[in-house]
Design a protein around this ligand. Structure first.
Ligand code: CAA
Length: 379
């Protein structure tokens, strides 16, 4: 077992750190306040190769390992968790899904622009009545010659309003349940696809989250990923990797909460002493750091198992379950350490809490992660 990062991994982490500090930090709070999508930041992430990090170079990606992705996701999310989720969805759901299961034509047409940041992707599994209960897909895709007609509604779709390409799960055979779901690549501007509603959210406010409506939306059969009926497995396999991305996002938020707490407790005085001198503060900081280290170990383990092509779904679920809890707790502790200043916007830690909460919900709630872990242990 080797706990050292390679030179490349360190270089990627440092590049992401510098980029986040220079380009994202100055306006992260303002974008959060205004619910403003980070167009410029996402464009630059693409230019740096951070939108298709694990895609092979032949398809426009950076050809990096999942550990590098974890480190980059942490650094971006430390500063701007909204950017973190935009990057995560594009990398670990959309690019991964097409790279792993798409046809050569689909890779040429979609993966190359997605991995180079020229296109942005979204992943549409959730529906008004299919969140945790993801097999309950109501969106239909009916075959009509060389195309499919899609009808239905997808909701809570990250990147949905800004995406050039959406991977849509839809049912091609109502009677077959999970085995009747298929996945389609749907391009922005396809007649019958519209953005129905933009959500107003508690956190990750500068990422866009929308409902998408499909009304007789005609998609070429060549845009189906894999066989008919493969769509649910596609979604689950893709989410196994996606959860490493969200665990890394949560880690970034937790690390930012710890950094802010250390900084503040060394600056702020109470009762003639720096807060850092009080054991009540020291213990909080020690616990935060220990939990972060543990969550990072779990996340890196999931990443290395994925790269080693070993079964890793249980580990990515554990990483997300634990890292998301660590992030929420760290943000709460950071607010407590900041006292009244933690509750106002100036010190950012209130944003960290709002951003952290969603990591316990999307890409499978903490309850769903426990189902995944327990099933694996008990089967
Ligand atoms: N890999 C491969 N196949 C899998 C799988 C996996 N990880 N997990 C399940 N499957 C297969 C099962 O084997 C089964 O196939 P067979 O019948 O051939 O065995 C099929 O999929 C159906 O699975 P289940 O019977 O286990 O289905 P279930 O109804 O019991 O649900 C669940 C399982 C784990 C709860 C699943 O529904 C789930 O993960 N729900 C959460 C969905 C989710 O994470 N949504 C996130 C939306 S995307 C998002 O959030 C992006 C964003 O905005 C940031």
């Amino acid at each position: 077992m080797n706990f050292d990062f390679t030179e490349t991994q360190i270089m990627i982490r440092d590049t992401a750190r510098q980029f986040a500090q220079d380009e994202l930090a100055p306006s992260a709070s303002e974008r959060d306040e205004k619910e403003e999508f980070p167009h410029e930041g996402v464009k630059k992430l693409g230019e740096l190769g951070f939108m298709g990090m694990m895609v092979p170079e032949q398809y426009g990606g950076a050809g990096l390992d999942t550990t590098s992705y974890v480190l980059a996701m942490e650094e971006i999310s430390k500063v701007d968790a909204s950017c973190g989720v935009i990057m995560s969805v594009n990398n670990s759901l959309v690019c991964y899904g097409i790279n792993e299961f798409g046809s050569e034509e689909q890779k040429q047409q979609y993966l190359i622009p997605l991995a180079t940041g020229k296109m942005l992707g979204a992943f549409a599994l959730s529906e008004p009545e299919a969140g945790s209960d993801a097999t309950n897909q109501q969106t239909t895709a009916i075959r009509d010659g060389e195309s499919y007609n899609l009808n239905g509604t997808k909701n809570f779709i990250t990147n949905g309003a800004n995406a050039d390409v959406v991977l849509v799960m839809a049912t091609t055979n109502k009677t077959a349940g999970a085995k009747g779901v298929s996945t389609f690549i749907v391009e922005k501007g396809t007649p019958g696809l519209s953005v129905a509603k933009k959500e107003k959210k508690m956190g990750i406010r500068s990422s866009d989250t929308v409902s998408l409506a499909f009304q007789d939306c005609k998609v070429p059969a060549s845009n189906r990923i894999g066989d008919e009926g493969f769509g649910f497995k596609f979604a689950m396999k893709t989410l196994d990797g996606g959860r490493i991305g969200i665990a890394s996002q949560a880690l970034g938020i937790a690390m930012a909460s710890l950094d802010a707490s250390i900084r503040y407790s060394k600056e702020r005085k109470a009762f003639d002493q720096h807060l850092a001198n009080f054991q009540a503060i020291q213990f909080k900081i020690a616990d935060m750091a220990t939990r972060i280290e543990g969550a990072q170990m779990l996340t890196l383990k999931a990443a290395s198992m994925k790269d080693a092509k070993q079964p890793y779904g249980k580990y990515s679920a554990m990483a997300k379950l634990y890292a998301s809890k660590v992030a929420v707790d760290a943000a709460l502790d950071a607010i407590q350490i900041h006292g009244g200043y933690g509750y106002i916007k100036e010190y950012h830690v209130e944003r960290f809490l709002r951003d952290a909460k969603i990591t316990e919900i999307y890409e499978g709630t903490s309850e769903v992660q426990r189902i995944v872990i327990a099933r694996e242990l008990l089967r």
